[in-house]
Design a protein around this ligand. Structure first.
Ligand code: NAP
Ligand code: GDD
Length: 349
């Protein structure tokens, strides 16, 4: 039985990748962080599965990583653990560098010292392109990160490539563009919108949803499909870097308008800058307002990826489009909101 080790197993991608690897017959080892409360919600449904083993650990702890690699001897290592929030990285830049940059070095070092036969996947990102130098972005597009997160991930990218070139490690960077799902963290823009609108519609959230820059453009795909691509990279005949994207880009404004249709709202925009409001045309209700707290010190205005290398060499391409993604997320979050409403009503009765 093949063995895989996943850092960040409790995150969005970690949970999908675990399902994929278990279905393929792997023994999956996952690193979880000790927290004062349960942080395993996304893999709760897999607890008790004999193919799943969890270990405490942290990307800031080399001793722990060395011990895990030397005892597990995994065939494949997926380094998904990260402080993954771009806006938060401006508040905790040093910590972000410790985990996202140095953490990558620590786990690579543990692999090369204790089990260099392992194949290594690094969760690289379209944030590396930042202030984009080319449209669309592909594997050869120069990088220009725009946040402490992007800069830390740039180190992660290069140190992965360096271990491949220096020591012959089978190490790949997946340069994944934004990917979302019903498991996406609720402070990322898509999930903030799908949860926020669902809660406003059900009367759980009384006030409008406060947003930042509505004009940024993102290439959004479905997380589950992107996790399949991670596995495909490690099965390839040679270790290479791949862009994973849909090739289509939309503004945050588009995402809000499309999601609002689930609530039977047609959003019209009035006002400008921080005074802009998204209003439901029929009822006149203000659904969206701008709060400058959500603006970033430096913004990534446009991302759109060209995944033709992945299509040609891996046979991977995105199948779920934006409306299908919104459908998955809105259905999930509307159901959640209606449960919450029922609970609220029964509490009050
Ligand atoms: P996520 O939901 O935020 O999950 C991040 C995971 O990293 C969580 O399991 C988290 O643990 C863990 N983690 C955080 N700090 C850690 C530390 N110090 N040591 C060990 N683990 C730590 O992120 P995601 O969306 O699944 O993304 C997975 C990876 O892909 C990340 O590296 C992210 O930067 C990268 N990426 C994501 C996207 C995207 O659009 N989703 C695109 C490109 C690249 P807790 O659960 O305990 O917090
Ligand atoms: N989070 C958030 N909250 N973003 C907002 C908001 C808001 O209220 N309003 C507007 N935005 C804009 C941000 O300014 C940004 O331009 C865009 O929405 C997307 O923000 P996020 O969803 O937070 O994602 P991200 O693109 O910054 O980063 C995600 O994708 C990267 C890949 O490109 C994360 O998953 C990173 O970990 C990942 O590497």
């Amino acid at each position: 039985m093949k063995k895989a080790l996943i850092t960040g197993i409790t995150g969005q991608d970690g949970s999908f990748l675990t399902e994929i690897l278990i279905a393929k017959g792997y023994e999956v080892h996952g690193i979880i962080r000790r927290a004062s409360n349960f942080n395993t919600d996304r893999i709760e449904h897999l607890m008790g599965n004999k193919q799943l083993r969890l270990h405490h650990g942290d990307l800031s702890d080399s001793a722990n990583l060395n011990k895990l690699i030397s005892t597990i001897k995994p065939d494949e290592v997926y380094n998904l653990g990260a402080q993954s929030h771009v806006a938060v990285s401006f508040e905790v830049p040093e910590y972000t560098a410790q985990v996202d940059a140095m953490g990558t070095l620590r786990i690579l070092d543990a692999v090369i010292n204790h089990y260099p036969e392992a194949r290594f996947y690094q969760a690289s990102t379209s944030e590396l392109y930042g202030l984009v130098q080319e449209i669309p972005q592909k594997e050869t597009t120069p990088f220009y990160p725009r946040s402490p997160y992007g800069v830390a991930k740039l180190y992660g990218f290069w140190i992965t490539k360096n271990f491949r070139e220096s020591y012959g490690l089978f190490a790949c960077n997946g340069i994944l563009f934004n990917h979302e799902s019903e498991r996406r963290g609720k402070t990322f823009v898509t999930r903030k919108v799908t949860v926020g609108l669902s809660e406003i519609l059900h009367g759980i959230k009384k006030e409008s949803l406060k947003m930042g820059n509505l004009d940024a453009k993102r290439d959004w795909g479905y997380a589950k499909e992107y996790c399949e691509a991670m596995w495909m990279m490690l099965q390839h005949s040679s270790a290479e870097d791949f862009v994973i994207a849909t090739g289509r880009t939309y503004t945050i404004r588009d995402f809000i308008e499309r999601s609002a249709r689930y609530c039977d709202w047609e959003i019209v925009w009035e006002g400008e800058g921080v005074n802009e409001k998204g209003i439901d045309k029929k009822s006149g209700r203000v659904i969206i307002e701008i709060d400058p707290r959500y603006f970033r010190p430096a913004e990534v205005e446009l991302l759109v990826g060209d995944a033709s290398k992945a299509k040609k060499e891996l046979g991977w391409e995105a199948k779920i489009d934006l409306d299908e993604l919104i459908d998955i997320m809105m259905k999930h979050d509307m159901k959640d909101a209606s449960y919450k409403k029922v609970l609220q009503l029964s509490d009050n009765s």
